[in-house]
Design a protein around this ligand. Structure first.
Ligand code: AMP
Length: 282
C-alpha cells in the first residue's frame, strides 16, 4: 500500500470530512519536504494526538526572499511519501503553487511583535509568508491538532500567536528538535553542507549548550551573547545573524543582566552558503 496523495483543497477536504464523519481526530504536520527524522518525529507525535495524520509538502515561495534558495531547495516527493507512510502518516497533501496561490491572490497575514526580531529582521517578509501559508493550510485541512517543530522556535511562537489572534479552532503542539549525534539540528538545508562544513556545523549547538550552562550559572545575558558570537566567528562561520536570549513566550528582549524568567537562546549563522539556525531552552 502506498501513501495516498491529494493535490487539491477539494480532495483534501473530502478525505478529512470522511474521517471526521467517522468520529476521528485529525492531525496536520506542515512541511516543505526533503523529509528527515525531525519531520517524521512530528508525524509520530501527531499520531499520539490524533487518529489520522495528514502531512503537507509545499515549498512555499512567499516565505523565501528573492536572494534565497527557493529554486535550489531540495525536492524529493517519492521518497518523502515512503518516509511519511513508514512513520504512520495517512495522507499527503502536495498542492502546486497555482492551487495555493491562484491568479489574483492578494491576502497577506502579518503577525506583529513576535515575528519582528531575529529571523524577522534577518529575513524580511519571511514570517508573513509563513503565517499566510500556515493559516491557509489550517483552513484547508481543518485539523483538530497541528504539530510544528521547536527547531523553528520563532515560527512556532508566531503560529501560536496567529491561531490565538484569529480564533482558529486548532490545538498547536510543539515537538522537540531532532538532532544528529554531535548535536546538529536536523534540517533539509544540511544537505548543502560540504564535508568540512558539516564538522563545523555542530559547533552551533555546542556553543548554545555552553551558553545555557553559563546562563543557568547566573552569568549576565550580554556577556554570554557576546562570547557565543565570538565563538561562532572563531569556528569559521562567515556571518552570525544573531545569538540572543529572549523571553520564551513572546521573544521580547531580556537582560542585559542574568536571565530572570523563562527564556530561550536563539541563534542564526551562515556557514559557507548555508544558513543554520538553532535554539535551546534556558
Ligand atoms: P520545514 O520542512 O523545514 O519547513 O519544517 C517543517 C516542520 O518540521 C516545521 O514545523 C519544523 O519546525 C519541523 N522541523 C524541521 N526540522 C526539525 C527537527 N530537526 N526537529 C524537529 N522538527 C523539525
Amino acid at each position: 500500500m502506498s501513501l495516498p496523495i491529494v493535490r487539491t483543497v477539494a480532495d483534501l477536504r473530502a478525505r478529512v470530512a470522511a474521517w471526521k464523519a467517522a468520529g476521528d481526530r485529525v492531525g496536520l504536520v506542515p512541511t516543505m519536504g526533503a523529509l528527515h527524522e525531525g519531520h517524521l518525529s512530528l508525524v509520530r507525535l501527531a499520531r499520539t494526538r490524533a487518529h489520522r495524520v495528514v502531512a503537507s509538502v509545499f515549498v512555499n515561495p512567499t516565505q523565501f526572499a528573492p536572494n534565497e534558495d527557493f529554486d535550489a531547495y531540495p525536492r524529493s516527493e517519492a521518497r518523502d511519501a515512503e518516509l511519511l507512510e513508514s512513520a504512520g502518516c495517512d495522507l499527503l497533501f502536495a498542492p502546486d503553487v497555482g492551487e495555493m496561490y491562484p491568479d489574483g491572490f492578494a491576502t497577506t497575514i502579518t503577525v506583529s511583535g513576535v515575528s519582528e526580531p531575529l529571523d524577522g529582521q534577518a529575513r524580511p517578509g519571511h514570517f508573513a509568508g509563513v503565517a499566510t501559508v500556515v493559516a491557509k493550510l489550517l483552513n484547508q485541512a481543518q485539523p483538530h491538532v497541528a504539530v510544528f517543530g521547536e527547531k523553528d522556535y520563532q515560527q512556532l511562537q508566531v503560529i501560536r500567536r496567529l491561531v490565538r489572534d484569529l480564533d482558529l479552532p486548532v490545538e498547536i503542539v510543539g515537538g522537540p528538535t531532532a538532532r544528529a549525534e554531535d548535536g546538529l539540528a536536523l534540517s533539509s538545508r544540511n544537505a548543502y553542507l560540504s564535508h568540512e562544513e558539516r564538522l563545523v556545523a555542530a559547533r552551533l549547538n555546542q556553543v548554545l549548550r555552553e551558553a545555557v550552562a553559563a546562563l543557568n550559572a547566573g552569568e549576565r545575558v550580554d556577556a554570554v551573547e557576546t562570547r557565543a558570537v565570538d565563538a561562532l566567528t572563531a569556528a569559521g562561520y562567515a556571518r552570525v545573524d544573531y545569538v540572543e536570549v529572549r523571553d520564551a513566550a513572546d521573544l521580547s528582549r531580556i537582560g542585559p543582566g542574568p536571565a530572570d524568567r523563562p527564556a530561550r537562546i536563539l541563534a542564526a549563522a551562515v556557514l559557507g552558503r548555508t544558513r543554520l539556525i538553532d535554539n535551546m531552552a534556558v
